[in-house]
Ligand binder design. Structure first.
Ligand code: KIV
Length: 274
């Protein structure tokens, strides 16, 4: 696939992302943790880069995201911001940087935004809407994260599919609606049945839902960069597609991912969904 840089690509804003969603154009997100990959994925046309706390495993070698600190996230967000030109940058608030309360969340969000994030992401529902409201009122765009929330892996009993039974699905939908009402503009929906993610999107049509293992009915998709390049060691979840097997280079693989999400061929409900 052609690796030519688009000379007319403009910076992606929240307004632009909302327009894309309103028109039915899929939003493409991918993770990046450093300047080189930020530059590459931006040039390959992703709409948004997530500086995910998955860097705890992929860059730092931890077994989970739990040890990642706000200083780590600030460092990697700065690196990404230096490499990126046009993509919308979402910075993850790591475990322990927002659970104490809304003032702590604001301090951590300011640190990420001063490092170059355009939006912050925080995990969980139920207790989080108050924090989301506090942040959005103060000019911090927020991406919520529901379903499998890796910072709660021990409380959830492992990396399991969420919302499989009726009670779980209705809690997810309730939490999503509360977060949308609190002002979350974007929402990552991780590891849940496609039908539940589709319902969350239908309940909250203005929210830009970004699925990962959540089917094809969300407004956009995210994959972890190392997973889709097939350099993550160990067994990968079924929602991951190895784009490196299809492309002849990293650039090619990422361009294929962008094209597959935009064109609706990824994720495939039969192969990558629950
Ligand atoms: O940290 C991360 O990479 C994430 C994605 C899996 C959505 O939160």
């Amino acid at each position: 696939m052609n690796a030519v840089v688009d000379p007319v690509r403009k910076p992606v804003t929240l307004h632009r992302l909302r327009e894309m969603h309103a028109k039915g154009e899929k939003v493409v997100m991918i993770t990046a943790y450093d300047a080189t990959f930020a530059r590459v994925v931006d040039e390959c046309g992703v709409d948004t880069i997530l500086v995910g706390d998955s860097l705890g495993m992929l860059v730092q070698g931890h077994g989970s995201t739990i040890p990642v600190s706000i200083d780590d996230m600030v460092y990697h967000t700065r690196c990404v911001a230096r490499g990126n030109r046009n993509a919308w940058v979402v910075g993850d608030l790591p475990f322990g940087s927002y659970q104490e309360g809304k003032e702590q969340a604001l301090r951590a969000s300011i640190a990420l935004m001063q490092a170059g994030a355009h939006m912050v992401k925080l995990e969980g529902g139920g207790w989080t809407p108050e924090t989301v409201h506090f942040l959005t009122e103060r000019g911090v765009p927020v991406c919520a994260h529901l379903g499998l929330t890796p910072q709660s892996v021990h409380a959830l009993g492992g990396y399991r599919i969420q919302g499989r039974d009726e009670a779980g699905a209705s809690t997810l939908r309730k939490h999503a609606t509360e977060l949308a009402q609190a002002g979350a503009a974007m929402m990552v929906l991780e590891l849940m049945p496609s039908a539940v993610a589709a319902q969350v999107q239908a309940d909250n049509p203005g929210v830009i839902t970004i699925g990962i293992g959540a089917g094809s009915q969300t407004a956009g998709q995210v994959l972890v960069l190392h997973d889709m390049l097939n350099i993550t060691r160990g067994k990968l979840p079924r929602f991951v597609r190895n784009f490196m097997a299809e492309g002849g280079s990293v650039d090619d693989a990422i361009r294929r991912y962008v094209a597959a999400v935009k064109g609706g061929s990824f994720p495939d409900e039969q192969v990558h969904s629950y």
